[in-house]
Design a protein around this ligand. Structure first.
Ligand code: PGA
Ligand code: ZN
Length: 435
């Protein structure tokens, strides 16, 4: 099988900003496409997302340069390859770019091609994408049983995804007690809608933020936890046993002058005070996971947070690691977390994403495959989460089609797997009294 053509186009993401779709054509005349997402609370150490900076188009956010890089530079370099040669194709693009952070071609350009090639590889092998990805991760191993990831569902949005709401960016529910994905999704949807009714009753706004969760203006960063706990119970579920809470503070966004600034309650906290705040919340609410609890270069703080809470709950690095093996290695040395968020566009190719996943899994870190706040309807990450046995996926709330596309694809995979399907187990348990 051979790639005979590669083209790209500028499309829009869920926020109405430009992004890239790549299309690979095989010698069988079949084509595959993939689209890349875009973040808002991006980590400073992420690979470069190339934008035109032309103020006359999309306020500078156009991606025509990156599209041209695919059409004019990447296409001639990869036409003729067999699409199953994922690692070789990714290496060709990385060498063609020649920079540390994919500054020349753009990580968005390289990733769009990388993902479209993976789809073409699956097509060439006549396999579902998740199986092809499983074989790319472990080419020499016998096929391990694959499990569906436990979803982290972002029902209350704040930070950069919903200005005016909480300082913390994401309040998520995790159906840790579900035994299959269809139930996990249903429980999440029921709690999401119950939460909407509770907000309405208290005269709070029920409009949603970038990831489809509600975005009410509340007086503190603790208030959303109370509301979610109420919604879990009102919907008829047991907090801590069936449904736990996960947070993504995205703390780099409220870190200023070496302190953490909580606008909602008008407080300024030191690293130690913020860690203590998290610790006190974990006693009151069934919180099992905290992502980016501290700023992206506060390595010492992360080590302290992991020492204090990491035995009991999941401490996740997102902006901290940016899906980069070198930053992950540093985190492993410093014991700065026990879990990593995986966003393919932070590093900019599928092969490097798989390298980071493998490194994390080999060292006992849990892995969470993640969307971005600016998404498309491309559900690639659903297959990635299953194929890599990631165990967890973070793909937003139970509203907005770009989020739901991933849940629908996961449920489709579950049906395809049939008897073999199982939902991953979660290794941490809440310590709060509310269980
Ligand atoms: P982003 O947010 O896509 O805006 O970076 C997601 C996250 O922080 O996990
Ligand atoms: Zn995050």
């Amino acid at each position: 099988m051979q790639i005979i053509n590669l083209t790209a186009a500028e499309i829009l993401d869920s926020r109405g900003n430009p992004t890239i779709q790549a299309t690979v054509k095989l010698n069988t005349e079949l084509t595959t496409t993939a689209a890349v997402p875009a973040g808002a609370s991006t980590g400073t150490h992420e690979a470069l997302e190339l934008r035109d900076q032309d103020p006359k188009r999309y306020h500078g956010k156009g991606v025509l340069k990156a599209v041209a890089n695919i059409n004019e530079q990447i296409a001639p370099a990869i036409i003729g390859f067999d699409p199953v040669q994922q690692a070789q194709i990714d290496r060709v693009m990385i060498e063609l770019d020649g920079s540390d952070h994919k500054k020349n071609l753009g990580a968005n350009a390289i990733l769009a091609v990388s993902l479209a090639v993976a789809r073409a590889g699956a097509l060439a092998k006549n396999q579902p994408l998740y199986l092809h990805l499983a074989q790319l991760l472990h080419p020499d191993a016998a096929q391990q049983p694959l499990s569906l990831p436990i979803p982290m569902m972002n029902v209350l949005n704040g930070g950069k995804h919903a200005l005016g709401a909480s300082d913390l960016q994401e309040y998520m529910i995790m159906p840790i007690g579900a035994t299959d994905l269809q139930s996990a999704v249903r429980w999440g949807a029921e709690i999401f809608h119950t939460l909407g009714k509770i907000l309405q009753k208290h005269h709070h706004a029920t409009t949603v933020g970038d990831e489809g969760g509600y975005a009410p203006q509340l007086k503190s960063n603790e208030a959303p936890l109370k509301l979610i706990l109420q919604a879990i119970e009102t919907a008829g579920y047991k907090p801590g046993k069936q449904i736990s809470i996960a947070l993504d503070a995205a703390a780099s966004e409220f870190y200023q002058d070496h302190h953490y600034q909580f606008q909602a309650e008008q407080q300024v906290l030191t690293t130690a005070e913020l860690i203590n705040r998290y610790a006190s919340w974990t006693k009151k609410y069934p919180i099992v996971s905290i992502e980016d609890g501290l700023a992206e270069d506060d390595w010492q703080g992360f080590s302290q947070l992991t020492t204090q809470l990491g035995e009991r709950i999941q401490i996740v690095g997102d902006d901290l690691f940016v899906t980069h093996p070198e930053r992950l290695k540093k985190g492993l040395d410093l014991q700065a977390a026990n879990s990593i968020l995986i966003k393919p566009n932070q590093i900019g190719s599928l092969t490097e994403t798989l390298t980071t996943i493998k490194l994390a899994q080999n060292h006992g870190f849990t892995t969470i495959i993640s969307h971005r706040s600016g998404e498309t309807s491309d559900p690639f990450i659903a297959d990635l989460a299953v194929g890599t046995n990631a165990g967890q996926i973070k793909t937003g709330s139970l509203s907005r089609s770009e989020r739901i596309a991933k849940y629908n694809r996961l449920m489709e995979i579950e049906r395809q797997l049939g008897e073999q399907a199982s939902l991953a187990q979660f290794g941490f348990t809440a310590v709060s009294d509310n269980q």
